[in-house]
Design a protein around this ligand. Structure first.
Ligand SMILES: Cc1cc2nc3c(=O)[nH]c(=O)nc-3n(C[C@H](O)[C@H](O)[C@H](O)COP(=O)(O)O)c2cc1C
Length: 234
């Protein structure tokens, strides 16, 4: 393994939002979880649990729970300046998101009892951040593993809204001690996204001290956000 291979893998991982319905081998799912298993976590607590869902009716139910929140999310979104609003149509057929075609959903959960593993002072203040960081590291490993296997994957955040979580938890028998983090849809890609807007390296690097000539104004930040939001290939 060398840096060039690593960078190639990191750059070729993309959010895939349209999938072929073809099943993927169980062995690939195992490999994805195997990569997550080695992710770093605060105090090595490894708070993760993974629920693998392939059953079509179960996926339909999860989608139903996600869409229940759409009208509320839309209302909340409308309170923002129009250039900052998300207009996600999800790009799927019949108004359904493309991830519904993905043969596998992996619902990732973190065990809140593992918060006890952190130093008490950080656990009391930033314990949940630590859990989120651990889950994010595991999640990224999963996406990189999927890419390396020639699969596409999408990060679905909508499964962690309180109501959606509660419904999914009851559907899948997930104990109350576990919090649903995010869900990964994985399968063979049906569409490759266009080029991605990536910030220049120099723009984000500050040597020895913060370089205030690189500090963005509020307007510049809002312009940037509007640009990336409109470019997301939903
Ligand atoms: C914390 C987090 C949450 C995300 N949530 C979603 C999501 O709910 N739906 C989605 O389609 N993409 C989601 N994404 C993917 C980002 O939109 C995507 O990574 C970004 O636009 C860059 O594109 P790329 O992944 O193709 O490089 C999420 C990514 C992160 C890190």
């Amino acid at each position: 393994m060398n840096y060039d291979h690593l960078l190639e893998l990191v750059k070729s991982r993309r959010s895939i939002r349209k999938f072929k319905p073809d099943p993927i081998p169980d062995e690939y799912v195992d490999k994805i979880i195997e990569a997550a298993r080695w992710a770093p976590s605060g105090a090595n607590c490894q708070p993760w649990e993974f629920v693998i869902v392939k059953n079509k009716e179960t996926k339909e139910k999860i989608y139903e729970f996600i869409t229940e929140m759409n009208p509320i999310n839309r209302k909340v979104e409308l309170t923002r300046p129009s250039q900052l609003q998300h207009h996600g149509s999800h790009g799927g057929t019949d108004g359904r998101p493309g991830y519904m075609e993905a043969p596998v959903f992996i619902i990732t959960c973190s065990d809140s009892r593992k918060l006890q593993g952190y130093h008490l002072s950080s656990s009391l203040t930033r314990g949940r951040d630590y859990h989120t960081s651990a889950m994010a590291s595991a999640f990224l490993c999963m996406h990189l593993a999927a890419t390396s296997l020639g699969l596409g994957s999408q990060w679905i955040s909508a499964t962690n809204y309180a109501l959606t979580q509660a419904r999914i938890r009851s559907l899948l028998g997930i104990p109350g001690e576990l919090e649903i983090y995010d869900t990964m849809a994985v399968g063979y890609p049906a569409l490759r996204p266009g080029p991605r807007l990536v910030r220049e390296r120099e723009e984000m690097m500050h040597r020895e001290r913060f370089d205030h000539s690189k500090f963005k104004s509020r307007d510049q930040i809002e312009q940037f956000i509007a640009g990336v939001i409109s470019a997301i290939d939903l």
